[in-house]
Design a protein around this ligand. Structure first.
Ligand code: NAD
Length: 287
């Protein structure tokens, strides 16, 4: 078997076109242009790259993106005050704080300060809690992107065995809740899981988000399974790879996402979608 490659780049392109259409509709109906505020603290090179990508993608679909930069030794109160101002600013529909933050910050204090109606990353407790009961305003972008990829490929989730490798707050845990909500039987594995393969081999859909290159080998997956590789790892030679042995596993799986060009483009795209949803919520009353 040779797996069909799920192109996140293609699906993202299609959703970004829908984003442009939604922006045109909200502008026509209410004269509103969605606005996104991005807060960047410190000078971490990877964070700067991620922020640039998000700002560029936002501008490309027609969202007005504003960057607020702070020095790495800024007092947390200064950033919190800026969040308060952005919460009250009607031109801003979405607020994103680029993570990680320097050690003087209490990350939850910052994330919970963002208005739940502008929490386009989906990290506020309200949105996190909403995942448990299937009533979230803004699903977190990476697992939301994974769900969209499966939806675009028309791959059923209900009744499937879904195994998630990685249990972080931003990927693994919300992924598990979204899969459960969609009717899957879910197992979540992490660094303390004993004999990872005894779980992964059962997966109809395997989602891997551990940050360990080469973690998933062909003998660990069932023939015909769907493999979604969320991992992004830079090897010593500069190559970007996921967590899955793509060469080997793609000979056994029925579908697989590549790295790069798989989940990565979807994460930014769902941020755009959430920002437009935030703008629509305020103004798109049914006619
Ligand atoms: P994290 O470090 O917060 O969490 C990693 C999780 O994997 C933890 O639960 C840990 O217990 C588990 N883990 C680590 N080693 C393991 C092992 N050997 N076996 C089983 N589980 C193991 O990381 P994160 O923020 O969730 O990100 C995970 C990966 O996904 C990283 O490579 C990151 O770069 C990538 N990522 C990609 C996107 C995207 O848009 N494609 C978005 C977010 C994260």
């Amino acid at each position: 078997m040779t797996a069909k490659i799920i192109s996140g780049s293609d699906v993202a392109k299609s959703i970004r076109q829908e984003c442009k259409d939604r922006i045109a509709a909200v502008a026509r109906r209410a004269g509103v242009i969605p606005g996104l505020a991005v807060i960047l603290v410190g000078d971490s090179a990877p964070s700067q790259v991620y922020v640039r990508k998000k700002l560029h993608a936002a501008q490309e679909v027609g969202i007005v993106a504003h960057l607020f930069e702070f020095a790495g030794d800024v007092a947390p109160e200064t950033v919190l005050s800026r969040i308060d101002e952005l919460n009250a600013d009607p031109r801003i529909h979405g607020i994103l704080v680029q993570l990680p933050l320097p050690p003087q910050f209490g990350i939850f204090e910052v994330l919970h300060r963002i208005s739940r109606d502008k929490d386009v990353d989906g990290f506020h407790l309200y949105n996190v809690g909403g995942l448990v009961v299937g009533d979230t305003i803004f699903p977190p972008c990476t697992p939301f992107g994974v769900m969209k990829l499966l939806e675009y490929e028309k791959l059923p989730i209900e009744g499937q065995n879904v195994v998630i490798v990685g249990a972080s707050n931003i990927v693994g845990k919300p992924m598990a809740l979204m899969m459960m909500q969609a009717g899957a039987t879910v197992a979540v594995c992490h660094a303390k899981t004993r004999d990872l393969a005894q779980f992964t081999i059962l997966a109809d859909i395997l989602v891997v988000a551990a940050g360990v290159p080469g973690l998933i080998l062909p003998q660990m997956v069932k023939t015909g399974c769907v493999v979604v590789d969320v991992g992004i790892n830079r090897l010593a030679n500069g190559k970007i790879v996921g967590d899955v042995d793509f060469e080997g596993v793609s000979k056994k799986a029925s579908y697989i996402t590549p790295v790069p060009g798989g989940v990565g483009p979807m994460t930014v795209t769902m941020l755009l979608s959430n920002t437009i949803t935030a703008a629509e919520k305020g103004v798109m009353a049914p006619i």
